[in-house]
Design a protein around this ligand. Structure first.
Ligand code: HEC
Length: 96
């Protein structure tokens, strides 16, 4: 029954078909700090369209690999896969 409701609402079908967490759910893990639109504030940098997708992914890798100084982003970046960096870049980076 629950499965039917989820399927009917598209909640179950879409992510299964895509084989990944939907972009808006991934981005939800960033918006608490960076703002809903990635606008930043309160000492947190803006990430909304400040970089190209390639630059955005490069920054996430630098945080992950401890090559970019940060207070929290190293730990956060290590919680996501390369594929998820690409999805996040699509969500927050400049449109190409
Ligand atoms: C707990 C709050 C918090 C969360 C959650 C968070 N960030 Fe950050 N982010 C920061 C802070 C603070 C910085 C500045 C670097 C530092 O101190 O780690 C930053 C820096 C960045 C930068 C570099 C911006 C620049 O131009 O230098 C990017 C890109 C970024 N975050 C992306 C993300 C993404 C993508 C997510 C979600 C997966 C995320 N952040 C989640 C707090 C957060």
């Amino acid at each position: 029954m629950l499965r039917h409701i989820l399927l009917a609402s598209g909640l179950l079908a879409a992510p299964a078909a895509m084989g990944q967490t939907p972009p808006h759910l991934l981005a939800g893990g960033c918006q608490g700090c960076h703002g809903v639109a990635g606008q930043g504030g309160h000492g947190i940098p803006m990430i909304h369209e400040t970089k190209t997708r390639a630059e955005f992914v490069a920054v996430m890798r630098e945080f992950r690999d401890n090559q970019r100084p940060g207070t929290v982003m190293g730990r956060i970046a290590r919680g996501y896969t390369e594929a998820e960096y690409a999805v996040l870049a699509q969500h927050f980076a400049k449109p190409e």
